[in-house]
Ligand binder design. Structure first.
Ligand code: NDP
Length: 296
């Protein structure tokens, strides 16, 4: 029987597990606080930010909502980040990407205080992750690590194939699987758009992480019997639904399910974990900044 990995259930466990830490911080007079900064009028970005704020409120994290006119000069965003960096009540800062074209997104990432960088994208935090001394693991790969652990999938000695090499998913995922640490010790292959014979590589893998952003590109024929399949993709495809579209992953679920030993659905797999790990990182940020020991 193929195990369907339930991201909603594991995300709920993560959120429940934060309760004690948040109580301990409260005893010390700290309410973990996340500032979300939105410089966009893209409806999808607006939705992502409001979901993150709702998630915060649900677990007792304070959400600060900062909105900047997308036509404002880049300096306005940088000044805002500087103010949030200097504000002792703000523990985590998240600038919703993408920012408008006239804003240098690398400078945005560099500008955030690395101690408040709960996305884990600041160069200092990327370097720490690569060096095996992560401060904040980026939310999506961190969530996937938790999903694998919860499903009892052994990464040590496993052949893992990561399809995608983005800075936010593919690269940090490959790094985490490679670390000489729990949830790591895999033999990792990273594939991308120039990889030749992708199918041969995914078919030979014990663990496939699909993060290419190409609807249903990995089907059952590209998988080995019993493989663990983690589908990161969230793709809108035209469909005869009320909204006119439906969400599909990078994996062709029906055929993959027949071959896989365990698989994440879309939606309800990786997505909820990404959201939960942002809360986790924010609580960790509050504990680091206030030097309060909490169990995470
Ligand atoms: P990017 O577009 O930044 O990166 C995609 C990567 O996939 C690139 O490295 C690209 O290669 C590679 N790729 C593209 N086409 C192919 C192909 N045909 N064969 C092999 N590799 C290919 O995407 P992200 O990493 O930001 O996101 C990936 C997907 O995950 C998207 O669907 C996104 O919506 C989703 N996502 C989901 C999250 C969640 O919480 N569930 C969180 C973040 C993202 P190259 O480098 O050569 O261009």
């Amino acid at each position: 029987m193929t195990e369907i990995i339930d991201g909603n259930a594991v995300a709920q466990e993560v959120r429940d597990g934060l309760g004690d830490a948040i109580d301990t911080l409260a005893d010390d007079g700290t309410t973990p606080t996340l500032a979300t900064v939105l410089m966009s009028d893209d409806p999808a970005s607006e939705t992502y930010v409001s979901m993150k704020q709702d998630d915060c409120e649900e677990v007792g994290i304070e959400a600060r909502d900062v909105e900047i006119d997308p036509d404002a000069p880049a300096e306005e965003l940088f000044d805002t980040i500087d103010e949030l960096n200097a504000d002792p009540d703000v523990n985590g800062i998240l600038v919703q990407m993408p920012v408008p074209d006239h804003v240098d997104d690398r400078e945005v990432l560099r500008r955030i205080d690395p101690l408040k960088d709960v996305d884990g994208f600041h160069p200092e935090n990327v370097g720490r992750l690569v060096a095996g001394n992560a401060r904040y693991k980026p939310c999506t790969p961190h969530g996937i690590q938790k999903l694998l652990a919860d499903a009892g999938v052994e990464t040590e000695g496993a052949d893992a194939v990561v399809v995608g090499r983005s800075d936010i998913v593919g690269k940090p995922m490959a790094n985490l699987l490679l670390q000489k640490a729990e949830g790591g010790n895999a033999t990792v292959t990273v594939c991308h758009s120039r990889t030749e014979d992708l199918a041969a590589r995914t078919r030979a893998a014990d663990i496939v992480i699909a993060a290419a952003g190409v609807p249903e590109m990995i089907d059952g024929e590209m998988l080995g019997e019993g493989a663990t399949v983690i589908d990161v993709g969230i793709n809108r495809v035209d469909a005869d639904t009320e909204k006119g579209y439906e969400l599909v992953g990078d994996v062709e679920y029906e055929s993959a399910k027949e071959v896989a030993g365990a698989i994440t659905p879309v939606p309800g797999g990786v997505g909820p974990m990404t959201r939960a790990m942002l809360l986790w990182n924010t609580v960790k940020a509050a504990s680091l900044q206030t030097e309060t020991d909490v169990r995470l």
